[in-house]
Design a protein around this ligand. Structure first.
Ligand code: C5P
Length: 222
């Protein structure tokens, strides 16, 4: 499949949540299903790109023609992403945990009738910002995602500058009245924030959102 508008291009995609271990049997996670990132990897491969997909723990099949690297924690994802570079485009869709437990406990925490343990957290590396700030690593087109529950466009515009990204794809992940959400759901409503302004896409199935983003990537690289 080395035909198509992205033939000869290397596209790096991150997807899914990260798991941040507490002890051998417990971790901190989030609600990301990985669906949007996997759909983008699949769409890029269909357009002829060589695709590396760095994925957190998800229950999804590897899309055809995609090289998948599985990781668990944010730090593992950071290492895998850096090892997979250089790329022409990086699309950072993963819902990377901002924090991890400061100390990993080597043996299972026990109740022992005493007070519950206090979890002390520490900050994870920001994978997107780290690459955005490093000219030796930065792909020509660097795309981040912003999952917000409020003031979506203001935070996304700010995030674009702060993380050194070219585009931020913003979506509203606030919960609906039925408890349903973008995270884990089949559809997404995104706004593409670039240096030139904002493009609003209609609510679409995630694979169609992916096609729209990949189409714009192909145009930008032309
Ligand atoms: O700051 P926030 O988590 O909202 O930023 C979201 C964007 O940054 C996404 O593209 C996500 O993949 C990326 N990110 C990252 N490393 C982190 C946190 C977020 O690459 N530690």
């Amino acid at each position: 499949p080395l035909d198509g508008p992205l033939a000869g291009r290397h596209v790096l995609v991150t997807a899914g949540p990260t798991h941040e271990p507490i002890d051998p049997v417990r971790y901190i996670a989030n609600r990301s299903s990985g669906m949007q990132g996997f759909a983008i990897a699949a769409a890029a491969a269909r357009q002829g790109a060589r695709v590396t997909l760095v994925s957190g723990p998800v229950h999804l099949p590897t899309p055809p023609g995609v090289e998948r690297i599985d990781v668990e924690s944010a730090r593992e994802m950071n290492d895998a992403v850096r090892a997979a570079l250089p790329a022409d485009v990086a699309v950072m869709v993963a819902a990377v945990a901002d924090w991890r437990p400061k100390d990993f406990v080597e043996t299972k925490l026990k109740k022992r009738g005493s007070a519950p343990p206090v979890l002390v957290l520490t900050e994870n590396p920001d994978i997107l910002a780290g690459i955005g700030a490093d000219p030796a690593l930065r792909p020509g087109l660097l795309i981040g995602f912003a999952a917000e529950t409020d003031d979506v466009l203001r935070y996304a515009t700010d995030k674009r500058r702060r993380k050194g990204a070219d585009w931020i794809v913003a979506n509203d992940v606030s919960f609906g009245a039925d408890g349903g959400s973008v995270m884990g759901g089949a559809e997404n409503t995104v706004h593409i924030v670039t240096a030139d302004g904002v493009e609003h896409l209609p609510t679409l199935p995630k694979d169609q959102v992916a096609d729209a983003i990949v189409e714009r990537i192909a145009l930008a690289l032309r």
